[in-house]
Design a protein around this ligand. Structure first.
Ligand code: HEM
Length: 505
């Protein structure tokens, strides 16, 4: 505590010495309006609360679609309109193609070798080329259809087991297990979870890996003072040693898997790790890059998809007439003698509308952080070099100027028009857009569509517990600005709609 007080006092002293009195900078710039209440040293950080996207939504309702904040010592701009999103991601895409400093990027992700927080430059461009030409091509994604189908069947079989004695199922655990297996099999030909009956189990090695990944995520979500001070002051962050220790543990785990791949264990399997090792083999950063991006692909490919699937099922349970409509569509298009396949999705217009509507109201990542690489203008205002820009995807999805009855779950709004989530329609950006948009979008979307449609085609659902729907309100869990989960994991009871032989294949 004493150390913390000294550190803060020291930072403040240096800040005043170098930057002058807080709030006194950038006087000549035409910055967007700034909310009152900026405090010395921490600026507007205290306004963030436990759900930063909601605090910033409230501020944008008050101050308009663009406003500036000071986060610690970092100037920041929040953008919350489709019109400005287009300017940010299309007209000025290159200017805003870097990310703000993210401390775990330095200490957990091999000094910014992960794609997500790598600065815009040659390294990042090389990695995105690898994604576009090797990892996320349609051919490659198609080639892993068998993995998605196998894992789907495993999950449906576990759900069938639970349904036999009406046992409640934790939907979040079930879906996360399935997605984790899909991603780790595609990435490194490893299957960490096995279902025994309706329970997911894992061996000790797998348990250690999962708990290390969770610790990394927890650390990433934590507050890091180094993200709110000038670069030369970052060393004061007292969390650095803890992150370094954690990183050493996860490194030895990942290195083992990399070594196995290099020795040709599992050879013949064209998983992402093999492809990355081959593509980067002449680069000095090859193995570190493979390890950093493996961690990122696992977390990027699991939680985002799991969160949106859970929200979709929760919304449908709150709107049973919509659940029935989606099931009827599947009965007509697919029938009841087989599962829904990826090839059916194009014909399932209502189901697609349900998923788009879920992405609109519950985008898994509500705030997209970018950084201005030079002084520029946005919406006619000045944005200084180095300023963090947050695109408020969540606020845009609920903007009454764009959407009729924005808070109502209405999949019908997507029927009969071409509005989509793929980054071309700036009012709906769950995957971001532009150079820095999500490279895993097609894989993520296909997996979400496959899982949601099969969950509702294969089973009828009801809330577990005597209080029915009351027990699971449409509320969000506290978040540090990353993935938005439902407040409590959804507990449901499944009743099969399809015959056992169809579900088990
Ligand atoms: C429903 C599923 C998913 C959602 C909603 C989602 C959403 C996003 C968003 C919003 C971004 C930031 C985009 C921006 O700044 O414009 C992003 C970046 C990223 N996503 Fe996804 N994602 C999903 C699935 C996946 C999957 C399956 C993978 C890979 C296995 C993946 C890998 C990544 C990576 C590596 C980045 C960083 C890209 C960069 O900064 O260059 N995502 N994702």
């Amino acid at each position: 505590m004493e150390f913390l007080a000294c550190a803060i006092a020291l930072v403040f002293f240096i800040y005043v010495l170098v930057w002058g009195i807080p709030g006194g900078g950038h006087r000549r710039l035409n910055l967007p309006v700034s909310p009152s209440g900026s405090l010395p040293l921490i600026g507007h950080l205290h306004l963030f609360g436990r759900k930063p996207h909601l605090s910033l939504l409230a501020l944008s309702n008050k101050y308009g679609p663009i406003f500036s904040l000071r986060l610690g010592m970092v100037p920041s701009v929040v953008v919350a309109s489709a019109h400005l999103a287009k300017e940010l991601f299309k007209t000025q895409d290159v200017t805003f193609s870097s990310r703000p400093y993210f401390m775990p990027g330095e200490y957990s992700f091999y000094n910014f070798l992960d794609m997500g927080f790598a600065p815009y430059g040659d390294y990042w461009k090389n990695m995105r080329k690898l994604c576009a030409t090797e990892l996320f091509t349609i051919r490659r994604i198609d080639s892993f259809l068998w993995v998605r189908t196998e894992e789907l069947r495993e999950m449906l079989s576990a759900l069938l087991d639970s349904s036999l004695d009406c046992k409640p199922v934790n939907m979040r655990d079930m879906v996360t297990t399935c997605l984790f297996n899909v991603v780790t099999r595609i990435l490194m030909s490893k299957r960490f979870y096995t279902f025994v009956g309706d329970e997911a189990t894992m061996d000790d090695d797998a348990r250690e890996f999962k708990s290390l990944l969770l610790s990394i995520t927890d650390q990433a979500l934590d507050f890091h003072i180094s993200e709110f001070v000038p670069p030369w002051l970052r060393g004061i962050d007292w969390k650095i040693p803890r992150l370094k220790k954690l990183q050493a543990k996860i490194d030895s785990f990942l290195q083992k898997i990399v070594d196995e791949h290099k020795l040709g264990v599992d050879s013949g399997k064209e998983d992402f790790m093999h492809i990355m090792l081959e593509y980067l083999k002449d680069e000095p950063y090859c193995e570190d890059s493979v390890k950093a991006n493996s961690m990122e692909l696992i977390s990027g490919g699991t939680d985002t998809s799991a969160a949106v699937i859970e929200w979709a099922i929760l919304e449908l349970l709150h709107h049973p007439e919509m659940l029935r409509k989606a099931q009827e569509e599947m009965d007509v298009v697919v029938g009841n003698s087989r599962l829904v396949g990826e090839a059916d999705i194009a014909q399932l217009q209502y189901m697609q509308a349900v998923i788009k509507e879920t992405f609109r109201l519950h985008p898994p990542i509500p705030l997209l952080p970018r950084m201005a690489s030079h002084d520029c203008k946005l919406g006619g205002f000045d944005v200084p070099k180095g300023a963090t820009t947050f695109l408020h995807v969540y606020a845009i999805g609920r903007d009454p100027a764009v959407w009729d009855e924005p808070l109502k779950f209405m999949p019908e709004r997507f029927l009969g028009n071409s509005l989509d989530v793929k980054g071309q329609d700036y009012e709906l950006l769950p995957f971001g857009s532009g150079r820095r948009g999500c490279p895993g979008m097609i894989l993520g979307l296909r997996t979400v569509q496959l899982l949601v449609s099969n969950l509702i085609h294969s089973f009828d659902w009801s809330f577990a517990g005597e209080r029915g729907g009351e027990a699971f309100p449409l509320e969000e869990r506290d978040t540090a600005g990353t993935v938005i989960w439902t407040k409590t994991p959804l507990q449901v009871v499944a009743t099969p709609r399809l015959r056992k032989e169809v579900l088990l294949g």
